[in-house]
Design a protein around this ligand. Structure first.
Ligand SMILES: Nc1nc2c(ncn2[C@@H]2O[C@H](COP(=O)(O)OP(=O)(O)OP(=O)(O)O)[C@@H](O)[C@H]2O)c(=O)[nH]1
Ligand SMILES: [Mg+2]
Ligand SMILES: [Zn+2]
Length: 353
């Protein structure tokens, strides 16, 4: 069963979402995409429909089921209230800084992540690997976009170094100010495609967005004072239409994405090392001093780059630390939530009797 509406495809609807609907859903509800998130409401868009609806969480016990930007919802046409959150193709999430480390959803159903760096001192393979881990963890296809090609004699050297990060990785080098140069990104900006950008300050993200959208709607930034005030030129969380028909995610949250819960993403970036660990003599090998360590052997034999191995170790340690504390906390929070619910139920029962 397929929804034959090109307008939905325009919004990013694909068969993956069709398969989640039965005949009743189709006749009784309207699929809409969350196009913008406001403090206390969502802007949604569907077939000939633009509307503001209240926030929606499918399972109050699970913060991951809160509708976020890019999500697809089924609306009840009578009440205009969201009824259901469709499964996502991809999800960016992060743990907020600070003590509670609350889960924040950044965006759902992004197809492509442009990992932006430039042909200068910003180019840093360890940082790129982190971003790759984030993309793969979120189930989003990463593309390395290297800007400022015009400022170096040998842009291809940067391409070579980036391409080595992962087998099959796509890398583009360009001048972010030049529409002809930026045109290489067109395939990922076409109708129905949703793209997002990450990268350090000053690499040219806003410049790239301006060129992609052929406007000056998103301010580029010159050097600025180092207090963080006024730093986030773009504060809305919204999907913006690209001239090629795709959607560009614009949210400050992408800036704060960090390395939490990204084991599987990292395992993909460093698949070769993970494979090697299978051959270590001890299942709990830490690849430090253990006899029969296949990873150390590969480094010794010159098959595995020692610096890359070090970066992997550092990422894995960091991730383990983050995840461990989170799992513990989450379990406690769940237990507490259940307890509170139980008490409330109890009270209600007693009142009724
Ligand atoms: N020569 C050259 N300059 C560029 C290129 N891309 C960006 N710039 C310049 O680099 C500076 C920073 O670019 P922005 O687009 O503001 O960088 P940004 O990534 O948005 O930075 P934040 O918003 O701070 O995260 C601007 O002066 C741009 O004009 C490029 O490909 N070539
Ligand atoms: Mg910017
Ligand atoms: Zn080992």
């Amino acid at each position: 069963m397929t929804l034959q509406f090109s307008e939905l495809a325009d919004l990013g609807w694909v068969p993956f979402f069709d398969t989640q609907l039965d005949q009743d859903d189709l006749s009784a509800t309207i699929p809409v995409r969350v196009m913008a998130v406001h403090r206390n409401s969502l802007s949604v868009q569907g077939l000939g429909l633009r509307q503001i609806v209240p926030p929606f969480t499918a399972d109050p016990d699970d913060p991951e089921t809160a509708a976020t930007i890019g999500d697809w919802l089924l609306l009840d046409p009578q009440t205009s209230l969201p009824q259901r959150l469709l499964d996502r193709k991809s999800l960016f999430k992060r743990r907020a800084a600070g003590h509670a480390r609350k889960l924040q959803l950044i965006a759902a159903n992004v197809d492509t992540l442009f990992i932006v760096t430039s042909c200068n001192q910003d180019f840093n393979v360890a940082r790129l690997e982190r971003y790759l881990g984030l993309a793969l963890e979120a189930d989003v296809m990463p593309i390395i976009v290297i800007t400022k090609a015009d400022l170096t004699d040998d842009p291809q050297d940067f391409v070579r170094r980036a391409t080595k990060l992962m087998p099959g990785l796509l890398v583009e080098v360009l001048d972010a100010r030049d529409p002809d140069s930026v045109a290489v990104l067109a395939p990922w900006c076409a109708v129905g495609q949703t793209v997002a950008l990450v990268g350090s300050s000053g690499v040219g993200k806003s410049t790239l967005v301006n060129t992609l959208t052929a406007t000056n709607s998103i301010a580029t930034q010159g050097p600025r004072a180092d207090d963080n005030k006024g730093r986030h030129t773009t504060t809305a969380r919204a999907l913006h239409r690209l001239p090629k028909g795709g959607w560009l995610l614009d949210t400050p949250g992408m800036r704060e994405l960090q390395l939490t819960d990204v084991q599987s993403g990292l395992a993909e970036v460093f698949a070769d090392i993970v494979d090697l660990t299978q051959a270590c003599r001890f299942a709990d090998c830490r690849h430090e001093v253990e006899p029969g360590c296949a990873v150390l052997a590969a480094v010794d034999a010159g098959v595995l780059d020692a610096a890359r191995f070090k970066r992997w170790q550092k990422l894995v340690t960091e991730d383990a630390r983050n995840t461990e504390t989170l799992t513990g906390r989450r379990a406690r929070e769940r237990a507490f939530g259940k307890m509170v619910k139980g008490v409330i139920k109890d009270k209600r029962k007693r009142k009724r009797n």
